[in-house]
Write a protein that binds this ligand. Structure first.
Ligand code: ARG
Length: 285
């Protein structure tokens, strides 16, 4: 048996490898085209409507430890979407600029404890009302404030551009430097705790929730009949009547079958008193 040199061995091995690669390639080329899929073409992906929400407004919308957006508004819209047969996804959107996003098409709807007001109706459309609310004053337990008018000479915290801001602007004058405007309601309430403001005016549901969950803050609440009744609606870009119609149908369905009451009870401890029949009154016109 002839002893082949290492060099010759490598030549042979190299040739064999090259042959193998070529064979493999050839085989690949000859492979039949995959058989067409027999079943029906995949359905077009469903439209996912983008819902903007300022998720710093518990119990209506907030972020849990995992960063998920949760709350009463979220569950209501999810239940509406199920009934209406539409898909939604929630996107955290700062309150300032939230309606701009809607107008420019970055969001298809806004659910954010938004009060239906005559002024806002000029630039956006609203669903039927889904929640009754009013402004509520938060002060320190030791405060002498007993009614809204008592805030006249005090430093008052509000969330910029909310109906609370509008109410306080009316009482104190829009440019009064005693009005301290914050980008979120929790920030205003933290400032109250720190003593930087004497009172905060915001939606009753949020104030009540915050006071109950922050006993260390030693707050109390003061209500006043002077605050006009408010109603929340889901906001749409003006003229988007197709989506608005679907949402109103879904809302009626969850009110009719008890789903709405269930969600309400989960968040507020008892089913709602009958919703106000009157059309949403403007918080401030
Ligand atoms: N209801 C009030 C308004 O419409 C406050 C809403 C604020 N909502 C929020 N998620 N920050 O002006």
């Amino acid at each position: 048996m002839t002893l082949i040199s290492t060099r010759r061995f490598l030549q042979i091995a190299g040739l064999a490898a090259a042959t193998f690669v070529l064979a493999a390639c050839g085989k690949k080329e000859e492979a039949p085209a995959p058989a067409p899929v027999a079943s029906a073409p995949a359905p077009a992906p469903a439209t996912v409507y983008v819902v903007g929400t300022d998720a710093a407004y518990a119990p209506f919308e907030s972020q849990n430890e995992k960063g998920e957006i949760v709350g009463f508004d979220i569950e209501v819209v999810q239940a509406i979407a199920t009934k209406a047969g539409i898909e939604v996804k929630f996107v955290n959107t700062p309150w300032e600029g939230i309606f701009n996003e809607l107008g420019q098409g970055g969001r298809d709807m806004i659910v954010s404890a938004v009060t239906i007001t005559e002024e806002r109706k000029g630039t956006m459309d609203f669903s039927d009302p889904y929640f009754d609310a009013a402004q509520l004053i938060a002060v320190k337990e030791t405060s002498k404030v007993a009614k809204f008018g008592d805030l006249k000479r005090l430093k008052v915290g509000v969330q910029t551009g909310t109906t609370g801001d509008e109410a306080v602007s009316k009482l104190l004058g829009k440019t009064n430097t005693n009005i301290k405007r914050f980008e979120s309601t929790p920030l205003a309430l933290k400032e109250l705790e720190a003593g930087g403001v004497d009172a905060v005016v915001a939606d009753n549901g949020v104030v009540t929730h915050y006071v109950a969950n922050n006993p260390g803050g030693k707050f109390k609440t003061v209500s006043d009949k002077e605050f006009v009744p408010e109603q929340y609606g889901i906001a749409f870009k003006k003229g988007n009547s197709e989506l608005l119609g679907k949402v109103n149908t879904g809302l009626a369905a969850i009110k009719a079958d008890g789903t709405y009451d269930q969600i309400y009870t989960k968040y507020f401890g008892a089913p709602p008193a009958k919703m106000a029949d009157a059309p949403a009154s403007a918080a401030s016109k």
